[in-house]
Design a protein around this ligand. Structure first.
Ligand SMILES: Nc1ncnc2c1ncn2[C@@H]1O[C@H](COP(=O)(O)OP(=O)(O)OP(=O)(O)O)[C@@H](O)[C@H]1O
Length: 250
């Protein structure tokens, strides 16, 4: 399988303190890779590094390389990176505008659409792919702020899909969602991996075991173990992984 992302000897620091150490990970095209681990193990820092969200933080520094199909993401211009890698956060943050405007905002800003007919098609497709179309198709002009939390999170997924990136990063996307909303977000992820590469950071080991092809276990800034999800949850190679997935710590 083609590697979409290659992480080579990546180390990250805040105030010169190492929070991710010499990480090497390859992420295959069309896979869902879950990253699990207790608080402060560096999971979010890893996602923020891939998306270069920490670039403006003066206390943050890094060493190593991350390639997106051969292109070093640290050399890429930000607009190009935003088109190619989308990120979904723990709390849904819709823009204070209509459902329709929320979805076309980024594609318009990035110059990806011009004609109104194109806009309508993009909005419909993105909402369908995020499993939200049937719930909102008759009220696209409604303020996104009036949607439920679960709908807002799926709207945020639709906003990313409208840009049609290659990789989607999910940072604890089901925090605060009820089980039905969580199941809908998980169903969307499984559908989406046919077209996208997905990295999912989750504190919920059951979620990792339900949706991902492979799982990586981080502990105190180090990659302890990575492997096929079925294998890792049934017969982890490392004692620390076993302790974590059986709830003995974290
Ligand atoms: N902006 C920051 N400035 C300074 N230290 C930070 C910053 N962000 C994170 N850290 C530190 O980096 C380490 C890794 O944090 P990170 O948020 O990446 O871990 P995490 O595994 O995602 O944790 P959680 O599951 O609690 O979100 C922690 O020790 C944290 O305190």
């Amino acid at each position: 399988m083609v590697d979409k992302i290659k992480v080579e000897d990546l180390s990250c620091y805040y105030n010169k303190k190492c929070v991710l150490e010499s990480l090497n990970i390859n992420i295959a095209q069309n896979e869902i890779l879950s990253i699990i681990g207790p608080a402060n193990s560096g999971k979010t820092t890893f996602l923020r590094t891939i998306n270069r969200m920490n670039d403006l933080d003066a206390t943050y520094s890094r060493e190593g390389k991350v390639y997106l199909i051969g292109d070093n993401i640290f050399d890429m211009n930000m607009e190009n990176l935003r088109k190619r890698i989308g990120m979904l956060f723990a709390m849904p943050i819709p823009l204070p505008m209509s459902i329709y405007e929320n979805i076309i905002y980024a594609p318009k800003r990035l110059g990806l659409i011009s004609k109104k007919s194109e806009q309508d098609a993009i909005v419909e497709q993105a909402l369908r792919d995020a499993s939200l179309w049937n719930e909102v198709k008759d009220r696209l002009s409604l303020s996104a702020m009036k949607m439920s939390g679960g709908q807002q999170q799926r709207l945020c997924i639709a906003r990313i899909l409208a840009i049609n990136p290659e990789v989607i990063l999910f940072d604890e996307p089901c925090t605060g969602l009820d089980p039905i909303s969580t199941a809908k977000v998980e169903e969307s992820m499984i559908e989406l991996k046919q077209r996208y590469t997905i990295v999912l950071v989750t504190n919920n080991v059951k979620q990792a075991s339900r949706v991902s092809d492979r799982t990586a276990f981080f502990l105190m800034g180090k990659l302890v173990e990575i492997g096929k999800t079925d294998r890792l949850f049934v017969s982890p190679k490392e004692k620390q992984t076993e302790d974590y997935i059986t709830g003995r710590f974290g």
